[in-house]
Ligand binder design. Structure first.
Ligand SMILES: [Zn+2]
Length: 413
């Protein structure tokens, strides 16, 4: 080999090195305050709970997915008490309730919710079909005993009245929603694993043509069952990315999007307050992977990255809490896109009238999803939290704007 060819070879090897993809593998992470995520027992709700009171012809039913009613008793004339308990305790205070009630004829009844291991949080929603919901009238709700009880006046008749903590979005709804996108470009709907009780873990693999070398954006949601408003935001966000706009089409051409819209199917369908069937907060298991849902989603993301020889650059996790907030990675921590978070949130503020973002940056100190995305890929990790009571039209608008502003920023890279 002459000197020229040797130099050329060295140059080629060096140039090649910069692009060499190093395979990822599932890695356990240690945090300063470790959290034990090994399974613990839960109280399984009755699968078909129904409480019938023949004297006044009143029936309370939990015969549907996401129901939660642990007992019902008659307290007096047209007066009932419904017990709401969590899957296990101690637990985050998100007392979820959902049941149907009907009578043989029109009447007004009083239903008092009694919470164990938590206090009243969700403003009750009513529905006649499980699809269209209204908030209960302020005059028909009285919260007493520092939130231990919530008394509702309900007008019932022979048609079931649904009473629920939030609108119900169960595993069937999300599966149906996700499946429709299998027709967009080369997007695939898939099942990447199963929960402890054998429910499907589903995902969308959004792509156009080959994914080889295309950077990955990962979206996850519904680790916490009652966090329906976060799920609504994710739906609006993904719908915008799947739209036929030029921006969305260009984005799908250049990037590879992985969507995991329902990470805790057992918890959602069993009407849990927080945990999975293992009695564990899934968003504390992104370090030791004791729970099947988290182990499988992490393995799946890593496999997708390794197959495409491409890095995850952004991981978004949609949740709900009392108010809208973004939990972000502190600026002092060097991610693959150091300016992305601040620019993105500023652009959302600019386009959503009257919106002042609440941003809470932190270090990489706990075993939550956002920190896993950083640890594994040096990706930007963001927890996108929506308030329990954020108006539903604002959730949708914000989700759409968030998607558009994300796509613009990423396409400008
Ligand atoms: Zn959450």
């Amino acid at each position: 080999m002459n000197r020229f060819s040797f130099s050329l070879l060295v140059l080629l090897v060096l140039a090649g090195c910069g692009e060499t993809y190093v395979e990822h593998q599932l890695t356990e992470y240690e945090y300063p305050n470790p959290i034990d995520t090994k399974s613990v027992p839960i109280d399984m709700p009755l699968t078909q709970p129904e409480y019938v009171f023949p004297k006044e012809n009143i029936t309370f039913s939990g015969k549907f997915k996401s129901s939660r009613i642990n007992n019902a008793e008659r307290m007096g004339k047209n007066s009932y008490r419904v017990l709401i308990t969590p899957e296990n305790a101690p637990i985050n205070p998100s007392p979820w309730f959902a049941f149907k009630v009907w009578s043989d004829r029109e009447k007004s009844i009083e239903v008092e919710l009694e919470y164990r291991d938590g206090t009243h949080r969700y403003w009750p929603k009513l529905s006649r079909d499980g699809e269209n919901w209204t908030r209960i009238d302020t005059t028909a709700l009285e919260v007493t005993n520092e939130g231990k009880f919530a008394k509702m006046q309900l007008n019932v008749d022979s048609e079931p009245l649904w009473v629920s903590a939030q609108e119900i979005i169960d595993t069937d709804d999300i599966r149906e929603w996700a499946e429709q996108y299998a027709s967009v470009d080369d997007t695939e709907f898939g099942v990447f694993g199963e929960s402890a009780l054998g429910r499907e873990l589903i995902h969308l693999d959004v792509k156009k043509g080959s994914t080889e070398g295309k950077e990955i954006i990962a979206v996850v949601s519904r680790q916490h069952p009652p966090e329906v408003t976060g799920n609504m935001a994710m739906i609006a966000f993904v719908e915008e990315i799947m739209s036929d706009s030029e921006l969305s089409r260009n984005f799908r051409e250049r990037y590879h999007l992985l969507v995991y819209p329902m990470l805790n199917p057992d918890g959602v369908d069993l009407g849990h307050w927080r945990h999975n069937f293992g009695g564990i907060d899934l968003n504390r298991d992104w370090a030791h992977y004791n729970q099947p849902e988290i182990r499988q989603v992490c393995e799946h993301i890593i496999a997708q990255a390794n197959t495409a020889k491409a890095e995850v650059i952004l991981g978004l996790d949609f949740h709900s809490t009392y108010n809208d907030i973004y939990y972000t990675i502190a600026d002092s921590i060097q991610t693959v896109m150091p300016d992305f978070t601040n620019e993105w949130i500023a652009n959302i503020e600019k386009h959503l009238e009257g919106f002042n973002a609440n941003v809470s940056p932190s270090g990489i100190t706990s075993p939550v999803s956002k920190n896993w995305f950083y640890n594994e890929f040096k990706a930007v990790g963001i927890v996108y939290e929506i308030g329990d009571d954020t108006p539903r039209d604002i959730i949708r608008k914000k989700g759409e704007i968030s998607a558009r502003e994300m796509m613009k920023l990423l396409l400008a890279r």
